[in-house]
Write a protein that binds this ligand. Structure first.
Ligand SMILES: Cc1cc2nc3c(=O)[nH]c(=O)nc-3n(C[C@H](O)[C@H](O)[C@H](O)COP(=O)(O)OP(=O)(O)OC[C@H]3O[C@@H](n4cnc5c(N)ncnc54)[C@H](O)[C@@H]3O)c2cc1C
Length: 460
């Protein structure tokens, strides 16, 4: 589109006309009611103004949409399933109106390359669909998380998502062999050949993974696949604290057996899950924490874990029971959403530092007004805690400052897997040095000199 705008025509109106000519009128939403669900995030804590939602069908359309927005000087915000939890997937409340570029129609899924153990997927492919597709071919995709029915390949790449299998397969970055993307100048880069070894220059794929829509739009990805577990057993065990749980994981998983997951919930969180999801208390007696442990089994129906007899524990072997056991962990975010609009923190601390951090955090948060409850659960095997605080108003930042400062004091990271988004952008310096942030700014300025890609996310 031409950068010039006719006198007397609102720039937004001109842009929407240009977008309609690129993707078709039906794929540009500018009616407030239709735009609203895209402009507020899953947590309901973050929302902001959007000029329109545009839904391109392929990479050429994405590039044309980006060029039209840049010519009009209007910011672009890539969005997948909008399950992000750090306000990065929706416009900033005080920011300029943006065009939300929804990737959901980029849902191309190519046949699995059995020889390479790879697949090429469009950015808009939903994670659960990707899982079904590769399982049918005898493979597994290494990233899985509770938002699998809505989160997309592009969104999980955008955030470098973690999830429940990081302890065995690593984070999303470890699964991405190459990407195709539209950069902020509208150019297309494509690296989908799947070469396992390719040391030619800067790793642009690695750079785009975790860039949260601030450096371009990923339109497709070449993904590494893993062999599925032969079979597995899931145990729910009552434990005292994280140290007790970690000691149990170390002694219960025999040498040579793959640990598939180790997740932890505190008792208060577990009680809320039971109430909201109408699930019975899973153990025979009371417990301070619940450990969910999953290990690979050599054969269906076999248990490859050594659980001491004196532990309050139950073990699931068949798929229905395993799924039921997992729901105690997977419905945690939903349970707190049913209680209000929590301040959600996804943080990590060094292994072994979980209990000391939580004890210190509870003491610090106690001094704040309006805090009703502080709940902790998360991916124990990765030192990744989800801390959820109920009570403070959504825009009351005091609790954010206290929690994230405590994380820094405990030598952790203010974002383990959800990203920085808008929620944590002002706190980045707590766990990243001035030199690191300067390098990030240089990358951003180099690729997006006008700052039009997801402004206000990651860097402020
Ligand atoms: C119930 C629940 C459980 C969750 N569990 C986990 C978990 O275990 N681990 C975890 O890591 N996360 C988890 N999340 C958070 C969320 O699901 C992940 O961050 C996920 O990666 C977001 O994917 P999405 O498609 O919804 O992306 P969106 O929310 O749409 O976007 C997230 C970010 O990525 C950017 N983005 C989206 N698409 C693209 C693209 N094509 N190119 C470039 N940038 C893009 C956006 O601009 C935004 O900054 C959970 C969320 C919920 C609601």
């Amino acid at each position: 589109m031409d950068a010039g705008v006719d006198a007397g025509v609102e720039p937004g109106v001109e842009l929407i006309g240009a977008l309609r000519s690129v993707v078709g009128a039906g794929q540009v939403l500018d009616d407030d009611d239709l735009v609203a669900p895209y402009a507020v995030d899953w947590s309901r804590r973050f929302a902001g103004p959007a000029l329109a939602v545009v839904r391109p069908a392929d990479t050429a359309e994405v590039a044309a949409v980006v060029r039209a927005c840049i010519a009009a000087g209007v910011p672009v915000l890539p969005q997948g399933g909008n399950t992000g939890l750090v306000g990065g997937s929706v416009p900033g409340a005080d920011g300029p109106p943006v065009v939300i570029l929804s990737t959901r129609r980029l849902a191309r899924l190519e046949p699995v390359d059995d020889l390479a153990g790879q697949v090429t997927a469009g950015a808009g492919v939903v994670l659960a669909d990707l899982h079904r597709h590769v399982r049918a071919a005898g493979w597994e995709y290494g990233v899985d998380l509770a938002a699998r029915d809505s989160a997309t390949v592009g969104g999980t790449i955008g955030t470098n998502a973690g999830g429940i299998r990081v302890c065995v397969h690593g984070m999303t970055r470890a699964q991405v062999v190459g990407v195709e993307a539209v950069l902020p100048d509208g150019s297309v880069i494509s690296h989908l050949g799947g070469l396992p070894k390719d040391n030619t220059g800067y790793d642009l794929t690695g750079l785009l993974v975790g860039s949260e829509g601030t450096l371009g739009v990923v339109t497709a990805a070449r993904l590494r696949l893993v062999r599925p577990a032969t079979a597995s057993a899931v145990a729910l065990v009552g434990v005292r604290d994280a140290a007790d749980a970690l000691a149990l994981v170390r002694s219960a998983v025999p040498r040579g057996v793959r640990l598939l997951a180790a997740e932890l919930l505190d008792a208060a969180m577990l009680r809320h899950v039971c109430t909201v999801a109408s699930l019975p208390w899973p153990l025979a007696g009371a417990a301070d924490h619940l450990l969910l442990l999953e290990t690979e089994s050599p054969r269906d129906g076999e248990i490859a874990m050594d659980l001491p007899d004196d532990r309050d524990a139950v073990v699931a072997l068949d798929p229905a029971d395993r799924a039921r056991f997992w729901s105690y962990r997977e419905r945690a975010a939903e349970a707190t959403a049913a209680l209000g609009v929590p301040h959600r923190f996804d943080v990590s601390v060094p292994m072994g530092g979980w209990d000391a951090f939580v004890t210190d955090l509870r003491a610090r948060v106690r001094s704040l007004p309006d805090v009703d409850e502080l709940l902790v659960f998360g991916h124990l095997a990765d030192g990744n805690l989800h801390v959820e605080v109920l009570g403070p108003q959504p825009d009351d930042e005091r609790v954010d400052a206290v929690v994230l400062t405590a994380v820094a004091d405990h030598h952790g990271s203010i974002s383990a897997e959800h990203g920085v988004g808008r929620a944590k952008a002002a706190y980045l310096a707590l766990t990243r040095s001035p030199a690191e942030i300067a390098a990030m700014r240089a990358v951003k300025a180099g690729l997006d000199p006008r700052g039009l890609f997801n402004p206000g996310a990651v860097l402020v």
